[in-house]
Write a protein that binds this ligand. Structure first.
Ligand code: CMC
Length: 435
């Protein structure tokens, strides 16, 4: 803020003084006591715009879906603490909660589960879609493209009834698309969904069954997956969710908007971190004692290494999802048996970082991606499918946020401003005089 500009706060508004004139800007209060300055008339009344790279201070909407207190490590969906949802609900309960605002009754849940189950199959022509892609294609862009391609099969995606159908189709078909993309990448035939199975078991069945032999889904694996998807289900205005809202704000349909969210999630600073975490742990496992060395590298500004799965824009204390997953890792691995080496390395890294001034002073703690990969690996999920797992889990959150935006009375196309820093007007020189 320049010396010519001052901001003063009263009870219900703040006053901005700029070039000798004063402007009132109303305060907006959230239900958890957070306060925002409504700057929607700022440019119109003062000619000023705000500048907030990375949007760290910008509230892009009012939302009643998810509450996070990053300082206290609190995460709630529709008012329910994540710790309680993780123990008392299953993923379809949580989908319903996010989409419709309340936990379902028994009848509502069974109707919802039936509707979702009814839509799990893909159109047969999708076989040709997967066949057209390179065999070694990463499943994330394959899923993004497949979700966008759903629009071509369901062209009437507008109107409340069609939107409702699109919501059910997406929740139902996403695991099928994901499993088909995996089967394509390993050259195996796709396996049709088996609708007698629950949501998570059906996915594991499509991933691991083959036409040659019977495959029985281990209920413990399905339960672990269910927990992971509950923890991923929403996280308010993160990069991919903001992308879904931004794309949807042009009135692009739900499939197109979700496809863009999947692409945004793929980046290594966002959902792609879970793949990077396991790759980091595996590379540390290959060299004795390198956890300590890796922590040193992550602190070195001249080294590109970061401690993947650590740090978060919002959490400045332990991510509550990571706390739940750390415990789940120990439970799952002790029940499955086998090699705990990666978990041991992760816990060693955490211990080193949480006692290191660099990480302590920057309030860097494990995030949801730090332990999720260890569980996915134990379940037999291939590493290049980890971020796809995140996308299936995040789907109900993206949809709920998209629906909330479309129904918002203040709905407007998203269109940020900028501060232009390029050349001022100049004349074009003839080509022989340039250079
Ligand atoms: N390892 C080493 N240093 C780090 C790390 C890390 N993982 N994360 C942040 N820092 C440092 C960063 O270098 C900076 O230091 P300085 O103040 O000296 O310049 C300081 O901490 C603040 O970091 P930032 O990059 O300005 O913070 P941000 O809010 O812009 O970024 C983040 C948040 C998650 C992108 C970042 O912490 C990061 O890159 N973490 C690793 C990737 C990761 O785990 N991503 C998954 C996020 S959780 C799942 C999801 O919702 O997507």
């Amino acid at each position: 803020m320049t010396p010519e500009t001052t901001l003063m706060s009263a009870r219900d508004s703040v006053q901005l003084v700029y070039q000798g004139k004063s402007f009132q800007m109303p305060l907006v209060r959230g239900t958890e006591g957070e306060v925002g300055v409504d700057i929607s008339k700022l440019r119109q009344e003062t000619g000023l715009v705000t500048l907030d790279p990375g949007y760290g201070n910008t509230g892009s909407c009012q939302s009643s879906i998810t509450f996070i207190d990053g300082e206290k490590g609190i995460l709630r969906y529709r008012g329910y603490p994540i710790e309680e949802l993780a123990v008392q609900c299953d993923f379809l309960d949580v989908c319903y909660l996010l989409l419709y605002g309340e936990l379902p009754t028994k009848d509502q849940l069974s109707k919802f589960a039936n509707e979702v189950t009814h839509h799990t199959m893909l159109h047969e022509n999708f076989g040709r879609f997967f066949g057209a892609l390179p065999k070694d294609a990463h499943p994330m862009p394959v899923c993004a493209a497949a979700v966008a391609a759903l629009t071509t099969f369901y062209q009437d995606a507008e109107g409340e009834d069609s939107i409702h159908q699109s919501v059910l189709r997406l929740i139902a078909k996403m695991p099928t698309l994901a499993a088909y993309s995996y089967k394509h990448s390993i050259g195996q035939p796709s396996i049709y969904p088996r609708n007698a199975l629950d949501y998570c078991s059906n996915f594991l069945y499509m991933m691991f069954a083959t036409p040659c032999e019977e495959y029985f889904v281990d209920p413990m694996f399905a339960k672990a997956l269910d927990l992971l998807w509950i923890l991923h289900a929403d996280h308010e205005q993160n990069c991919s969710t903001s992308t879904v809202r931004m794309v949807g704000s042009s009135k692009a349909n739900l499939y197109a908007s979700i496809s863009s969210g999947i692409s945004a999630l793929w980046g290594p600073l966002h959902g792609g971190a879970n793949q990077q975490v396991i790759e980091m742990l595996e590379s540390i496992a290959m060299t004795e004692g390198s956890a300590d060395k890796f922590v040193q590298r992550a602190k070195d500004k001249n080294d590109t290494a970061r401690l993947m799965g650590f740090g978060h824009r919002v959490y400045k204390s332990y991510d509550p999802r990571a706390k739940i997953l750390k415990k789940a890792c120990t439970d799952v691995l002790s029940r499955i048996g086998g090699n705990n080496q990666l978990l041991d390395i992760a816990m060693r890294l955490e211990e080193l970082a949480l006692h290191d001034e660099y990480f302590v002073s920057r309030k860097l703690y494990p995030n949801v991606d730090f332990y999720s990969g260890v569980i996915y690996k134990a379940l037999g999920i291939p590493v290049n499918m980890f971020t796809v797992m995140f996308a299936i889990g995040r789907l109900p959150g993206w949809i709920a946020q998209w629906l909330e935006m479309r129904r918002d009375p203040q709905f407007r196309i998203g269109r940020p401003r900028q501060l232009y820093t390029g050349a001022t007007q100049r004349a074009i020189l003839p080509i022989e005089k340039r250079g």
